[in-house]
Design a protein around this ligand. Structure first.
Ligand code: ZN
Length: 429
Protein backbone atom coordinates (compact mmCIF):
# COMPACT_ATOMS: atom_id res chain seq x y z
CA UNK A 1 0.00 0.00 0.00
CA UNK A 2 0.95 3.57 -0.44
CA UNK A 3 3.47 5.37 1.64
CA UNK A 4 1.57 8.31 3.03
CA UNK A 5 2.91 11.28 4.86
CA UNK A 6 0.45 13.52 6.57
CA UNK A 7 1.07 17.21 6.89
CA UNK A 8 -1.10 20.21 7.56
CA UNK A 9 -1.43 20.72 3.84
CA UNK A 10 -2.45 17.54 2.11
CA UNK A 11 -1.98 13.78 2.21
CA UNK A 12 0.67 12.63 -0.18
CA UNK A 13 1.01 9.34 -1.98
CA UNK A 14 4.79 9.25 -1.79
CA UNK A 15 7.87 11.18 -0.72
CA UNK A 16 8.80 12.16 -4.26
CA UNK A 17 5.86 14.54 -4.35
CA UNK A 18 7.35 16.74 -1.65
CA UNK A 19 11.06 16.62 -2.58
CA UNK A 20 12.77 19.99 -2.17
CA UNK A 21 13.66 21.43 -5.62
CA UNK A 22 17.42 20.84 -5.24
CA UNK A 23 16.84 17.22 -4.30
CA UNK A 24 14.45 16.78 -7.23
CA UNK A 25 17.02 18.14 -9.65
CA UNK A 26 19.60 15.62 -8.41
CA UNK A 27 17.04 12.82 -8.42
CA UNK A 28 15.91 13.47 -11.99
CA UNK A 29 19.47 13.91 -13.28
CA UNK A 30 20.54 10.64 -11.70
CA UNK A 31 17.52 8.61 -12.86
CA UNK A 32 17.81 10.08 -16.34
CA UNK A 33 21.50 9.25 -16.55
CA UNK A 34 20.78 5.63 -15.55
CA UNK A 35 17.89 5.43 -18.02
CA UNK A 36 19.97 6.71 -20.94
CA UNK A 37 22.83 4.32 -20.16
CA UNK A 38 20.43 1.40 -19.84
CA UNK A 39 18.42 2.23 -22.97
CA UNK A 40 21.62 2.68 -25.00
CA UNK A 41 22.77 -0.83 -24.21
CA UNK A 42 19.35 -2.54 -24.28
CA UNK A 43 17.18 -0.79 -26.89
CA UNK A 44 18.77 -0.88 -30.39
CA UNK A 45 16.67 2.11 -31.58
CA UNK A 46 18.16 4.29 -28.85
CA UNK A 47 21.74 3.21 -29.62
CA UNK A 48 21.16 4.01 -33.28
CA UNK A 49 19.59 7.41 -32.49
CA UNK A 50 22.41 8.41 -30.13
CA UNK A 51 25.17 7.18 -32.42
CA UNK A 52 23.63 9.18 -35.25
CA UNK A 53 23.53 12.27 -33.02
CA UNK A 54 27.16 11.61 -32.02
CA UNK A 55 26.23 11.61 -28.32
CA UNK A 56 27.37 8.95 -25.87
CA UNK A 57 25.44 8.06 -22.69
CA UNK A 58 28.18 9.66 -20.60
CA UNK A 59 27.32 13.00 -22.23
CA UNK A 60 23.74 12.86 -20.96
CA UNK A 61 24.12 13.14 -17.22
CA UNK A 62 21.61 15.94 -16.66
CA UNK A 63 18.16 16.94 -17.82
CA UNK A 64 19.71 19.96 -19.50
CA UNK A 65 21.96 17.67 -21.57
CA UNK A 66 18.92 15.94 -23.07
CA UNK A 67 18.78 18.84 -25.53
CA UNK A 68 21.64 17.19 -27.41
CA UNK A 69 19.29 14.41 -28.49
CA UNK A 70 16.60 14.63 -31.18
CA UNK A 71 12.89 14.50 -30.39
CA UNK A 72 11.04 11.37 -31.54
CA UNK A 73 7.41 11.82 -32.53
CA UNK A 74 4.44 9.53 -33.11
CA UNK A 75 5.01 9.46 -36.87
CA UNK A 76 8.65 8.39 -36.29
CA UNK A 77 7.56 5.59 -33.97
CA UNK A 78 5.03 4.27 -36.50
CA UNK A 79 7.66 4.38 -39.27
CA UNK A 80 10.37 2.72 -37.17
CA UNK A 81 8.05 -0.06 -36.00
CA UNK A 82 6.82 -0.69 -39.53
CA UNK A 83 10.42 -1.11 -40.73
CA UNK A 84 11.42 -3.23 -37.76
CA UNK A 85 8.48 -5.18 -36.39
CA UNK A 86 7.29 -5.68 -33.78
CA UNK A 87 8.72 -2.93 -31.55
CA UNK A 88 10.99 -0.88 -33.79
CA UNK A 89 14.00 -1.50 -31.56
CA UNK A 90 12.46 0.20 -28.51
CA UNK A 91 11.95 -2.96 -26.46
CA UNK A 92 14.66 -2.98 -23.79
CA UNK A 93 14.00 -6.48 -22.42
CA UNK A 94 14.00 -9.92 -24.12
CA UNK A 95 10.71 -10.36 -25.99
CA UNK A 96 9.76 -13.46 -24.00
CA UNK A 97 9.83 -11.36 -20.82
CA UNK A 98 7.28 -8.86 -22.09
CA UNK A 99 4.18 -9.00 -19.95
CA UNK A 100 1.71 -6.82 -21.82
CA UNK A 101 1.39 -5.15 -25.17
CA UNK A 102 -0.93 -2.21 -25.81
CA UNK A 103 -1.91 -0.96 -29.23
CA UNK A 104 -2.26 2.74 -30.07
CA UNK A 105 -3.61 4.07 -33.34
CA UNK A 106 -0.88 3.86 -35.99
CA UNK A 107 -0.62 1.07 -35.05
CA UNK A 108 2.03 1.50 -32.40
CA UNK A 109 2.85 -1.50 -30.23
CA UNK A 110 3.81 -0.47 -26.70
CA UNK A 111 5.04 -2.74 -23.98
CA UNK A 112 4.72 -2.06 -20.27
CA UNK A 113 5.51 -3.63 -16.95
CA UNK A 114 2.66 -4.35 -14.53
CA UNK A 115 4.34 -2.79 -11.53
CA UNK A 116 3.43 0.80 -12.34
CA UNK A 117 2.52 2.40 -9.03
CA UNK A 118 2.94 6.04 -9.82
CA UNK A 119 -0.38 6.58 -11.62
CA UNK A 120 -2.02 6.17 -8.23
CA UNK A 121 -0.63 9.56 -7.15
CA UNK A 122 -3.04 11.24 -9.47
CA UNK A 123 -6.10 9.40 -8.13
CA UNK A 124 -4.87 9.86 -4.57
CA UNK A 125 -4.54 13.61 -5.07
CA UNK A 126 -8.09 13.57 -6.46
CA UNK A 127 -9.28 12.06 -3.15
CA UNK A 128 -9.93 8.41 -4.07
CA UNK A 129 -9.65 6.18 -0.99
CA UNK A 130 -10.65 2.81 0.44
CA UNK A 131 -14.44 2.72 0.70
CA UNK A 132 -14.94 4.48 -2.63
CA UNK A 133 -16.73 2.59 -5.40
CA UNK A 134 -15.27 3.89 -8.65
CA UNK A 135 -16.67 3.32 -12.12
CA UNK A 136 -13.90 3.18 -14.74
CA UNK A 137 -15.39 4.17 -18.10
CA UNK A 138 -12.14 4.05 -20.06
CA UNK A 139 -11.73 1.24 -22.55
CA UNK A 140 -10.04 -1.98 -21.48
CA UNK A 141 -9.45 -2.94 -25.12
CA UNK A 142 -6.06 -2.41 -26.78
CA UNK A 143 -5.47 0.97 -25.12
CA UNK A 144 -3.58 1.07 -21.80
CA UNK A 145 -6.15 3.44 -20.26
CA UNK A 146 -8.63 0.94 -18.78
CA UNK A 147 -6.27 -1.46 -17.06
CA UNK A 148 -3.66 1.07 -15.92
CA UNK A 149 -6.23 3.39 -14.36
CA UNK A 150 -7.95 0.35 -12.86
CA UNK A 151 -4.77 -0.70 -11.08
CA UNK A 152 -4.08 2.85 -9.94
CA UNK A 153 -7.54 3.16 -8.38
CA UNK A 154 -6.90 -0.14 -6.59
CA UNK A 155 -3.57 1.20 -5.35
CA UNK A 156 -5.56 3.91 -3.57
CA UNK A 157 -7.62 1.20 -1.87
CA UNK A 158 -10.88 1.87 -3.72
CA UNK A 159 -13.18 -0.68 -5.39
CA UNK A 160 -13.31 -0.58 -9.20
CA UNK A 161 -16.40 -1.18 -11.31
CA UNK A 162 -15.09 -2.54 -14.62
CA UNK A 163 -17.39 -0.68 -16.98
CA UNK A 164 -15.40 0.35 -20.05
CA UNK A 165 -16.92 2.59 -22.72
CA UNK A 166 -20.44 2.83 -24.13
CA UNK A 167 -23.77 1.45 -22.84
CA UNK A 168 -24.81 4.74 -21.26
CA UNK A 169 -28.15 3.49 -19.91
CA UNK A 170 -26.59 0.42 -18.35
CA UNK A 171 -23.80 2.54 -16.84
CA UNK A 172 -26.45 4.76 -15.26
CA UNK A 173 -28.20 1.76 -13.74
CA UNK A 174 -24.89 0.40 -12.43
CA UNK A 175 -24.00 3.75 -10.89
CA UNK A 176 -27.35 3.92 -9.13
CA UNK A 177 -27.51 0.26 -8.02
CA UNK A 178 -23.93 0.10 -6.74
CA UNK A 179 -24.03 3.59 -5.21
CA UNK A 180 -20.93 4.55 -7.18
CA UNK A 181 -19.01 7.37 -5.43
CA UNK A 182 -16.30 8.00 -8.02
CA UNK A 183 -16.31 8.50 -11.78
CA UNK A 184 -13.28 7.98 -14.01
CA UNK A 185 -13.65 8.97 -17.65
CA UNK A 186 -13.99 12.01 -19.88
CA UNK A 187 -15.87 15.15 -18.80
CA UNK A 188 -18.18 14.91 -21.80
CA UNK A 189 -19.18 11.35 -20.93
CA UNK A 190 -19.99 12.30 -17.34
CA UNK A 191 -22.19 15.13 -18.64
CA UNK A 192 -23.90 12.68 -21.03
CA UNK A 193 -24.54 10.33 -18.10
CA UNK A 194 -26.02 13.10 -15.95
CA UNK A 195 -28.27 14.43 -18.70
CA UNK A 196 -29.48 10.96 -19.66
CA UNK A 197 -30.11 10.05 -16.00
CA UNK A 198 -32.21 13.19 -15.66
CA UNK A 199 -34.15 12.39 -18.84
CA UNK A 200 -34.92 9.02 -17.29
CA UNK A 201 -36.61 10.85 -14.43
CA UNK A 202 -33.78 10.87 -11.86
CA UNK A 203 -32.61 13.75 -9.74
CA UNK A 204 -28.88 13.16 -10.19
CA UNK A 205 -27.81 15.05 -7.10
CA UNK A 206 -30.18 13.15 -4.82
CA UNK A 207 -30.58 9.73 -6.44
CA UNK A 208 -26.89 9.14 -7.15
CA UNK A 209 -23.84 9.09 -4.86
CA UNK A 210 -21.07 10.41 -7.16
CA UNK A 211 -18.82 12.65 -5.05
CA UNK A 212 -15.69 12.92 -7.15
CA UNK A 213 -14.62 12.58 -10.74
CA UNK A 214 -11.24 12.09 -12.38
CA UNK A 215 -10.83 13.10 -16.00
CA UNK A 216 -8.30 12.74 -18.75
CA UNK A 217 -8.33 12.45 -22.53
CA UNK A 218 -10.01 15.77 -23.22
CA UNK A 219 -10.03 19.33 -21.95
CA UNK A 220 -12.23 20.17 -19.00
CA UNK A 221 -13.80 23.51 -19.93
CA UNK A 222 -14.03 25.83 -16.89
CA UNK A 223 -17.80 26.26 -17.34
CA UNK A 224 -18.36 22.49 -17.27
CA UNK A 225 -16.19 22.21 -14.18
CA UNK A 226 -18.32 24.80 -12.40
CA UNK A 227 -21.47 22.84 -13.34
CA UNK A 228 -20.05 19.58 -11.94
CA UNK A 229 -18.80 21.20 -8.77
CA UNK A 230 -21.54 23.70 -7.97
CA UNK A 231 -24.67 22.14 -9.42
CA UNK A 232 -23.91 18.46 -8.76
CA UNK A 233 -21.44 18.65 -5.84
CA UNK A 234 -18.86 16.55 -7.68
CA UNK A 235 -15.22 17.36 -6.87
CA UNK A 236 -13.28 17.25 -10.13
CA UNK A 237 -9.64 16.53 -10.97
CA UNK A 238 -7.85 16.15 -14.23
CA UNK A 239 -4.66 14.52 -15.41
CA UNK A 240 -2.53 14.74 -18.52
CA UNK A 241 -1.80 11.34 -20.00
CA UNK A 242 0.01 10.23 -23.16
CA UNK A 243 0.08 6.56 -24.12
CA UNK A 244 3.37 6.30 -26.05
CA UNK A 245 5.73 7.22 -23.19
CA UNK A 246 3.62 5.16 -20.82
CA UNK A 247 0.80 7.09 -19.27
CA UNK A 248 -0.11 9.77 -16.78
CA UNK A 249 2.51 12.51 -16.88
CA UNK A 250 0.94 15.26 -14.75
CA UNK A 251 -1.99 15.60 -12.38
CA UNK A 252 -4.02 18.18 -10.52
CA UNK A 253 -4.20 18.63 -6.79
CA UNK A 254 -7.17 20.17 -5.00
CA UNK A 255 -5.88 23.66 -5.82
CA UNK A 256 -6.94 23.09 -9.44
CA UNK A 257 -4.29 25.45 -10.71
CA UNK A 258 -2.10 23.48 -13.09
CA UNK A 259 -0.99 19.85 -13.14
CA UNK A 260 2.01 18.71 -11.09
CA UNK A 261 4.60 16.81 -13.11
CA UNK A 262 5.27 13.23 -12.03
CA UNK A 263 8.83 12.42 -11.04
CA UNK A 264 8.70 9.16 -12.98
CA UNK A 265 9.26 11.11 -16.18
CA UNK A 266 11.53 13.89 -17.25
CA UNK A 267 9.15 16.36 -18.85
CA UNK A 268 10.56 19.20 -20.92
CA UNK A 269 8.81 22.11 -22.56
CA UNK A 270 10.78 22.47 -25.77
CA UNK A 271 10.80 24.55 -28.92
CA UNK A 272 9.15 22.19 -31.44
CA UNK A 273 11.42 23.46 -34.21
CA UNK A 274 14.82 23.29 -32.50
CA UNK A 275 14.21 20.90 -29.60
CA UNK A 276 15.77 23.44 -27.20
CA UNK A 277 14.33 23.60 -23.68
CA UNK A 278 12.22 26.61 -22.81
CA UNK A 279 11.87 28.37 -19.48
CA UNK A 280 8.92 28.86 -17.12
CA UNK A 281 5.94 30.57 -18.77
CA UNK A 282 7.18 29.99 -22.30
CA UNK A 283 4.90 27.98 -24.56
CA UNK A 284 6.39 24.94 -26.24
CA UNK A 285 5.92 21.25 -26.92
CA UNK A 286 5.64 18.75 -24.08
CA UNK A 287 8.52 16.29 -24.53
CA UNK A 288 8.59 13.25 -22.26
CA UNK A 289 11.23 10.71 -21.22
CA UNK A 290 10.07 7.90 -18.92
CA UNK A 291 12.74 7.24 -16.26
CA UNK A 292 11.03 4.43 -14.35
CA UNK A 293 10.30 2.04 -17.18
CA UNK A 294 13.06 -0.43 -17.99
CA UNK A 295 11.01 -2.29 -20.57
CA UNK A 296 10.64 0.53 -23.06
CA UNK A 297 13.57 2.66 -24.20
CA UNK A 298 11.86 5.82 -25.33
CA UNK A 299 13.86 9.03 -24.95
CA UNK A 300 12.50 12.50 -25.71
CA UNK A 301 9.06 11.62 -27.01
CA UNK A 302 7.46 14.70 -28.58
CA UNK A 303 3.77 14.66 -27.69
CA UNK A 304 2.74 17.38 -30.16
CA UNK A 305 0.85 19.07 -27.30
CA UNK A 306 1.72 22.67 -26.49
CA UNK A 307 1.87 23.94 -22.91
CA UNK A 308 4.00 25.95 -20.50
CA UNK A 309 5.09 25.33 -16.93
CA UNK A 310 5.31 27.22 -13.66
CA UNK A 311 7.68 26.60 -10.78
CA UNK A 312 5.81 28.63 -8.12
CA UNK A 313 5.20 26.88 -4.81
CA UNK A 314 1.76 25.23 -4.62
CA UNK A 315 -0.28 25.60 -1.42
CA UNK A 316 -0.99 21.83 -1.48
CA UNK A 317 2.62 21.17 -0.47
CA UNK A 318 3.65 19.25 -3.60
CA UNK A 319 6.86 20.68 -4.92
CA UNK A 320 6.93 19.60 -8.57
CA UNK A 321 6.48 22.17 -11.32
CA UNK A 322 3.05 22.38 -12.88
CA UNK A 323 2.03 22.46 -16.50
CA UNK A 324 -0.72 24.94 -17.08
CA UNK A 325 -2.99 22.98 -19.39
CA UNK A 326 -2.79 22.06 -23.05
CA UNK A 327 -3.18 25.14 -25.23
CA UNK A 328 -3.11 23.42 -28.60
CA UNK A 329 -1.06 21.27 -30.98
CA UNK A 330 2.35 22.01 -32.48
CA UNK A 331 0.81 22.06 -35.98
CA UNK A 332 -1.40 25.00 -34.98
CA UNK A 333 1.43 27.05 -33.52
CA UNK A 334 3.26 29.89 -35.21
CA UNK A 335 6.52 31.28 -33.89
CA UNK A 336 6.40 35.06 -33.59
CA UNK A 337 9.32 37.08 -32.15
CA UNK A 338 10.60 33.88 -30.54
CA UNK A 339 7.28 32.98 -28.89
CA UNK A 340 4.86 30.32 -30.04
CA UNK A 341 1.34 31.57 -30.59
CA UNK A 342 -1.19 28.75 -30.71
CA UNK A 343 -4.32 29.33 -32.76
CA UNK A 344 -6.69 27.94 -30.14
CA UNK A 345 -5.17 30.03 -27.38
CA UNK A 346 -5.35 33.21 -29.46
CA UNK A 347 -8.98 32.42 -30.19
CA UNK A 348 -9.76 31.95 -26.51
CA UNK A 349 -8.26 35.32 -25.66
CA UNK A 350 -10.03 37.19 -28.46
CA UNK A 351 -13.38 35.43 -28.15
CA UNK A 352 -13.49 36.05 -24.41
CA UNK A 353 -14.83 39.47 -25.46
CA UNK A 354 -18.50 39.10 -26.26
CA UNK A 355 -18.23 41.89 -28.87
CA UNK A 356 -15.71 39.89 -30.90
CA UNK A 357 -16.94 37.95 -33.88
CA UNK A 358 -14.65 36.55 -36.61
CA UNK A 359 -10.94 37.34 -36.50
CA UNK A 360 -7.69 36.95 -38.36
CA UNK A 361 -4.29 37.24 -36.78
CA UNK A 362 -1.90 38.16 -39.54
CA UNK A 363 1.80 37.64 -38.94
CA UNK A 364 3.92 39.77 -41.22
CA UNK A 365 7.42 41.14 -41.25
CA UNK A 366 8.55 44.76 -41.25
CA UNK A 367 12.11 45.97 -40.99
CA UNK A 368 13.34 42.52 -39.96
CA UNK A 369 10.82 42.30 -37.15
CA UNK A 370 7.76 40.05 -36.88
CA UNK A 371 4.58 42.06 -36.72
CA UNK A 372 1.12 40.95 -35.63
CA UNK A 373 -2.00 42.57 -37.02
CA UNK A 374 -5.40 41.60 -35.69
CA UNK A 375 -8.31 42.00 -38.07
CA UNK A 376 -11.50 41.78 -36.09
CA UNK A 377 -15.17 41.77 -36.97
CA UNK A 378 -17.49 42.95 -34.23
CA UNK A 379 -20.99 41.74 -33.51
CA UNK A 380 -22.05 45.40 -33.53
CA UNK A 381 -20.09 48.07 -35.44
CA UNK A 382 -21.02 50.53 -32.69
CA UNK A 383 -18.74 48.61 -30.27
CA UNK A 384 -15.52 50.03 -31.77
CA UNK A 385 -13.65 51.88 -29.02
CA UNK A 386 -10.03 52.50 -28.11
CA UNK A 387 -10.75 50.92 -24.75
CA UNK A 388 -11.89 47.69 -26.39
CA UNK A 389 -8.71 47.61 -28.47
CA UNK A 390 -6.56 48.20 -25.35
CA UNK A 391 -8.42 45.61 -23.25
CA UNK A 392 -8.18 43.08 -26.06
CA UNK A 393 -4.47 43.62 -26.47
CA UNK A 394 -3.92 43.29 -22.72
CA UNK A 395 -5.90 40.04 -22.59
CA UNK A 396 -4.00 38.73 -25.62
CA UNK A 397 -0.69 39.60 -23.97
CA UNK A 398 -1.70 37.92 -20.68
CA UNK A 399 -2.69 34.76 -22.54
CA UNK A 400 -0.16 34.51 -25.37
CA UNK A 401 2.66 36.55 -23.80
CA UNK A 402 3.09 38.68 -26.88
CA UNK A 403 1.69 42.05 -27.94
CA UNK A 404 -0.44 42.72 -31.00
CA UNK A 405 1.10 45.57 -33.05
CA UNK A 406 -2.04 46.74 -34.78
CA UNK A 407 -5.75 46.13 -34.31
CA UNK A 408 -8.04 46.81 -37.27
CA UNK A 409 -11.79 46.60 -36.86
CA UNK A 410 -13.25 45.40 -40.14
CA UNK A 411 -16.80 45.21 -41.43
CA UNK A 412 -18.82 42.09 -40.72
CA UNK A 413 -18.46 39.57 -43.52
CA UNK A 414 -14.93 40.69 -44.52
CA UNK A 415 -13.24 37.56 -43.17
CA UNK A 416 -14.40 34.33 -44.83
CA UNK A 417 -15.25 31.61 -42.30
CA UNK A 418 -12.57 29.23 -43.56
CA UNK A 419 -9.91 31.95 -43.30
CA UNK A 420 -10.43 32.60 -39.58
CA UNK A 421 -7.36 32.09 -37.35
CA UNK A 422 -3.63 32.74 -37.76
CA UNK A 423 -2.32 33.67 -41.19
CA UNK A 424 1.45 33.62 -41.61
CA UNK A 425 2.36 36.02 -44.42
CA UNK A 426 6.09 36.11 -43.77
CA UNK A 427 8.48 35.26 -46.55
CA UNK A 428 12.09 34.42 -45.86
CA UNK A 429 13.97 35.17 -49.07
ZN1 ZN B 1 -0.63 21.41 -5.75
Amino acid sequence: MALVRKTGQDEFFDELEVMPPEKRKKYLDQKLSQTVTYAYSHAPAIKEMMDRAGVSPSQVRTVKALEKLPVTRKADLIEMQKKNLPYGGFAAIPHEDIERVFISPGPIYEIQPSSIKWFAKSFWAAGFRKGDVVINTFTYHMSPAGILFHEAIRDCGATVVVAGTGNTDLQIQIMKDLKVTGFVGTPSFLMTVIKRAEEMGNNFKHDFSVKRAWFTGEMLPPSLRVTFEDVYNIATSQAYAVTEPGGAIAYECRQQSGMHLMDEYVTEIADPETGKQLGPGEIGEIVVTPIHNETWGLIRFGTGDMSSYITDACPCGRTASRITGIVGRTGDAVKVRGMFVVAKQAEQAIKSFSQASRFQLIVGRRQHRDEITLKLELADAGDVTTKLADDLNQKFQDTCRIKIDKIEFVEAGTIPEEKEGIVDERTWE
